[in-house]
Design a protein around this ligand. Structure first.
Ligand code: CUO
Length: 671
């Protein structure tokens, strides 16, 4: 039936995205009758597709079915662009479906998934269909290979899916306690954190055939801000684990102290993700099969040119014209230069610093393809955050952005104030306790069967242990002493109070560790009022069920299909067993100054805007991302309490970690 939505079948069966790596396309014709017999016996329905003339797919088909796709590689981006172009140009959904069915079994599975996902997110007639979670399609990017073997075993021995036991992802499987960095396993290897990163890069592709897909409002600035926030969050976790803040990978000649052994097999490549040994040095990469040639000297040259541009206050475009790096647009231009996206004004001069850095690191174990090894986890946005070097690399990238921010004039009191508005008090409440938050471990399940080629089919659950916190609510008392109703933009951040030496943190350091928690609009009639807001409403996060969802609940979760967003269960840092002090900061700024005029929402993708923006709309805040902490601090306000104007307030919040695990029942109730 041509109108069946084969992109996203709610039953979870027989869709274009399922079991991605399991077809022998060129032998179909010979076995056609055989297949038909099996189809009629084994499946509920047969989905026919419209017959069309298939467009030229020779470019995306240049990448072998079992090779590893990486959007950090220019040659792969070109192939993906060409396939996205084919998908976008299909006049109707039926024709898109036909070409997708054809391409699915001929194009590299990850490249296919990436291109179809980008195309579906950007076609007006498919953007609301939703995408299945990437982890369900490619579980091998998120779990260790032993677990996949155990799932296969479970499906063999127990035919009834209701009776199958969830397969448990062992905690701390990638390293022993000898590896200090391994204390951060729960952050780096978290399912939701890695899914967020994959989705972010899907929503903000580096390159695409149609410039409008790349050229989204403030996408360069959002590249800077979203990754800056990841580093800030990681640093809060490091302090929670008695570790110093992450050291930027400034010296490219220095060996990388931290090794990483992922213990995952790529199902598409049928190979293990290569490890990186401790103290590996970067070397020039020359891999003609990936059309990748980059030297450490290239990287240093690009970095110096970017620093020079920052200090001069302008960059040169392709025509040698100056573009000013001003207060408003400078950071956005730099984001596109440093990443580098297709919007960079001059790729010859400023190169491809961040993307090539990912690949230099990803190939550091086999830089000239001597051993025919594929890229390590840093080569893919769904796996890169597992590796400790990701944070050192992004701390280095963030330093460049911060150098630009340091050139800007600090915000003065008048820039920060909101006349007639005063925050009288703030309070956080969780489980009856005031200004005390608690984290703990929790087990949750994800159905991985869509991506695994099992017979007998049916649900197979993967059980993850992850960080969780008790929900909490903010109570903010605000006084509007004017005679008119005012609209406030409430900005909430949290940052550790003490530094890694246990000294009170100067604001110039602390501002870089400020983690955004929420941002929302409030109406303030004259007089005093109390604003309350729940942690689950955060503008940073997507709901818990979007990460660990139950297919049975899929229908009611359709609104959560936008994908991009920090996982709710990782909203607050872990804290310490004895409690760790944080400062919770609230600012109410004048919404009239911050408001962005734009068309009304026409889709459900209006959550998690702080790190992901709004689909098809402008970023919903006129201020610089990270405001008011994105610039150096004005003189005389070296500590947070001296920075505060009456429309701001800060309070100490203690985060305590209870080392208990909230377990799920042994047998899932599932039919
Ligand atoms: Cu998201 Cu380096 O950009 O990983």
């Amino acid at each position: 039936h041509p109108t069946e939505p084969v992109f996203m079948d709610k039953g979870g069966n027989g869709t274009l995205f399922d079991v991605p790596a399991s077809y022998v396309t060129e032998r179909y014709s010979k076995m056609c009758r055989n297949v038909q017999r099996r189809v009629s016996g084994g499946f509920e329905k047969c989905v026919l597709v419209k017959e069309i003339e298939i467009p030229d797919l020779s470019c995306p088909m240049r990448l072998g079915r079992s090779e590893q796709f990486s959007h950090f590689l220019k040659s792969h981006r070109q192939m993906a662009s060409s396939l996205i172009d084919v998908f976008i140009k299909m006049p109707t959904v039926d024709e898109l479906q036909s070409v997708a069915v054809y391409a699915r079994d001929r194009v590299n599975p990850v490249l296919f998934n990436y291109a179809l996902s980008v195309a579906m997110l950007h076609r007006p007639d498919t953007k609301d269909l939703g995408l299945p979670t990437f982890a369900e399609i490619f579980p091998d990017h998120f779990i260790d290979s032993q677990m996949i073997r155990n799932m296969r075993e479970e499906s063999f021995v127990v035919e009834q899916t209701a009776a199958r036991l969830p397969v448990v992802n062992s905690v701390k499987y990638t390293a022993s306690d000898f590896d200090v960095e391994h204390r951060l396993w729960y952050f780096r290897e978290d399912l939701g954190v890695n899914l967020h990163h994959w989705h972010w890069h899907l929503v903000y592709p580096i390159d695409a055939p149609d410039r409008s897909i790349v050229d989204k409002d403030r996408r360069g600035e959002l590249f800077y801000y979203m990754h800056q926030q990841i580093v800030a969050r990681y640093n809060a976790e490091r302090l929670s684990n008695h570790m110093a803040r992450v050291q930027p990978f400034n010296n490219l000649d220095e060996p990388i102290a931290e090794g990483y052994f992922p213990k995952m097999d790529s199902m598409v490549a049928s190979r293990a993700y290569p490890p990186r040994f401790d103290n590996t040095r970067l070397s020039d990469v020359d891999r003609p099969n990936n059309q990748l040639r980059v030297g450490i000297d290239d990287m240093k040259r690009w970095r110096e040119r970017i620093y020079e541009a920052i200090h001069q206050g302008y960059v040169f475009d392709d025509n040698n014209e100056k573009i000013a790096l001003d207060d408003v647009k400078g950071i956005d231009i730099l984001g596109n230069i440093i990443e580098a996206s297709a919007l960079t004004p001059n790729s010859t001069l400023y190169g491809d610093l961040h993307n090539k850095g990912h690949m230099l690191i990803a190939y550091s174990h086999d830089p000239i393809n001597k051993h025919l090894e594929y890229a390590g986890v840093m080569g893919d946005s769904s796996t890169a955050m597992r590796d400790p070097i990701f944070y050192k690399w992004h701390a280095f990238i963030d330093n460049i952005f911060q150098e630009h921010k340091r050139q800007l004039t600090p915000y003065e009191k008048k820039d920060l104030s909101f006349p007639d508005v005063r925050v009288q008090s703030i309070e956080v409440e969780s489980q009856g306790k005031i200004n005390r938050l608690t984290t703990f471990w929790q087990e949750s399940d994800v159905d991985m069967s869509r991506g695994l080629d099992f017979v007998p089919r049916g649900h197979v659950l993967a059980r993850f242990t992850h960080l969780q916190h008790h929900p909490f609510s903010y109570t903010i008392k605000v006084e509007n002493s004017s005679e008119a109703t005012q609209y406030g933009y409430v900005r909430i951040f949290i940052a550790p109070k003490m530094d890694d030496r246990n000294n009170p943190m100067p604001l110039e350091e602390q501002r870089l560790m400020m983690v955004e928690m929420d941002k929302f609009v409030v109406t303030m009639p004259p007089g005093s009022q109390t604003i309350t807001r729940n942690s689950t409403e955060s503008s940073v996060t997507i709901p818990f069920e979007r990460t660990f969802r139950n297919l049975d609940q899929l229908e009611e979760l359709e609104n959560f299909m936008c994908g991009c967003g920090w996982p709710q269960h990782m909203l607050i840092p872990k804290g310490r067993a004895e409690g760790l002090s944080f400062e919770l900061f609230v600012m109410v700024s004048n919404y009239e100054d911050d408001k962005v005029e734009q068309k009304a929402a026409d889709c459900a993708c209006s959550i998690a805007a702080s790190y992901c923006g709004l689909r098809d709309r402008l970023y919903p805040d006129r201020k610089s991302m990270g405001y008011p902490f994105d610039r150096s601090i004005r003189r005389g306000s070296e500590m947070l309490d001296r920075f505060l104007t009456p429309n701001m307030r800060a309070v100490e919040v203690i985060i305590t970690h209870e080392s208990r695990t909230e377990k799920l029942p042994e047998l899932p109730a599932r039919s």
